[in-house]
Design a protein around this ligand. Structure first.
Ligand code: AMP
Ligand code: GLY
Length: 423
């Protein structure tokens, strides 16, 4: 089987790495890929942008690709899947209509209402003044969300009415034409990435992301500074409730709208202190860096799983098989991220880090004439699996410390919270 993975982040490196472990997968192409996929055995990068629907379609036809796996939300929201399907190419990911579940917060909120799933109370606005008076009537803390893809920067959790009102002005000035104002929820977050063929749901192990740049969950939001799986807060009982009360009704609501959703339905959930799950957001793709933490634990061959979703026979390969143990992914970022940062800095000793037994997924790297260099804010996602989270943590930080590039920054507390569960 030949597979083509669209994207260039840590998630795509992890997908290509896992797919190539399947006996059926002989070759993988990554578009455009990064320094990690360029050096992965069996994998080849092709320099085509993720937004280039024609280029990707042509490549899939030219190379006789058996399965396309789309990583990021942008090509999904641009209708890449629709284009590939028109050309009879098998593809894992929802169509443009289905991708609205992530691309439009107001669309997703309306769908959640139709599905009757628990979520924060919210209202949609197209004018700043109306949004600001609503905020004043509700008080703070309160959450303001841009209605459109914003690369993780469209959500402002405001601690005061003034902060929320300033965020409303900023988002409209930045060109968003719609935003939603949402009730602030307290609790612990968990990411449940459910694979679906439009009929059946198969949840991957629950994971927890660490979105803030600073230790102890402080400072600016980022794309994600690390993750661990399985997240103990999502007990098997809670996972059953999430599937029954949230994921299945959402899939049903999609079907009622005539949307045949095949791909990842990623639920970002807040679990309240009394254990009640509420949905914060849906994404239409694999999470990054959750995927890097989850996939090393998956035992069911990934190609079979994704193909079963595409061919609408997921029920046949139930239940998914998992390795025992715990996994932690720590992101090594460029100094300055999530603000401005330099690119092109030499990276050394990935081999030493991997000799510890850890796996190093590349996120923002590229190979140039001088070797491997940084090429993004999140540079590497280093993953280790252990029998316990403590073991995984010891191993992962040993590996993190071996990798070198100027300005390397990582949080030292990824997964620390859960170690308390093991005491
Ligand atoms: P989203 O992109 O909607 O997941 O929002 C990004 C982050 O903002 C989430 O991971 C939460 O940490 C936070 N957030 C979003 N919505 C809420 C909410 N209603 N209450 C509290 N925090 C929220
Ligand atoms: N880790 C958050 C996301 O993938 O959106």
């Amino acid at each position: 089987m030949k597979v083509l993975v669209v994207g260039n982040g840590g998630r795509e490196h992890a997908l290509a790495w896992k797919l190539l472990q399947s006996a059926n997968v002989e070759q993988c192409f990554c578009l455009p890929g990064n320094g990690g996929t360029a050096t992965l055995k069996g994998c080849q990068n092709i320099d085509i942008a993720v937004s280039d629907r024609d280029g990707i379609t042509r490549t899939a036809l030219d190379y006789k690709i058996d399965l396309v796996v789309v990583g990021p939300e942008l090509p999904l929201s641009l209708g890449l899947v629709d284009r590939l399907l028109e050309n009879n190419i098998k593809v894992f990911g929802p169509t443009q209509e289905g991708a609205q579940i992530e691309a439009s917060k107001s669309w997703a909120k309306a769908l959640m209402e139709e599905a009757g799933v628990p979520t924060a109370k919210s209202q949609t606005f197209t004018e700043a003044e109306a949004a600001k008076s609503y905020v004043a009537s509700q008080g703070a803390p309160i959450v303001v969300k841009a209605d459109g893809l914003a690369a993780g920067k469209g959500v402002i959790v405001a601690m005061s009415v003034e902060e929320a009102q300033a965020a409303i002005d900023t988002l409209f000035q930045e060109g968003f034409s719609k935003l939603i104002v949402e009730e602030y929820l307290v609790g612990e977050e968990v990411s449940v990435l459910a694979l679906t063929d439009g009929l059946t749901i198969a949840s991957l192990l629950p994971a927890q992301d660490h979105k803030r740049i600073g230790e102890g969950d402080t400072g600016s939001n980022t794309g994600g500074m690390g993750a661990y799986a399985p997240a103990p807060i999502a007990t098997p009982e809670l996972m059953q409730r999430i599937e029954r009360e949230i994921l299945k009704p959402t899939l049903e609501a999609l079907r009622k709208r005539g949307i045949d959703y095949r791909g990842v339905l990623y639920a970002g959930l807040m679990i309240s202190t009394d254990g009640e799950p509420k949905i914060l957001e849906y994404n239409c793709r694999f999470g990054d860096p959750e995927t890097q933490a989850i996939l090393p634990l998956l035992e069911t061959p990934l190609d079979e799983l994704l193909m079963a979703c595409v061919e609408q026979r997921l029920a046949q390969i139930f239940p998914l098989r998992w390795k025992s143990g715990s996994s932690i992914c720590v992101v090594a970022a460029s100094a300055g991220y999530p603000g401005t940062y330099k690119k092109g800095i030499a990276i050394a000793h990935i081999d030493k880090a991997e000799a510890t037994g850890a796996t190093v997924f590349h996120a923002g790297t590229k190979l140039n004439e001088t070797g491997l260099v940084t090429d993004g804010g999140r540079v590497l996602g280093i993953v280790a699996v252990g029998e316990t989270f403590k073991q995984a943590s010891d191993l992962v930080y040993q590996a993190v410390d071996l990798v070198e590039f100027d300005g390397k920054y990582c949080r030292r507390d990824i997964g620390r919270k859960i170690m308390n569960y093991e005491l």
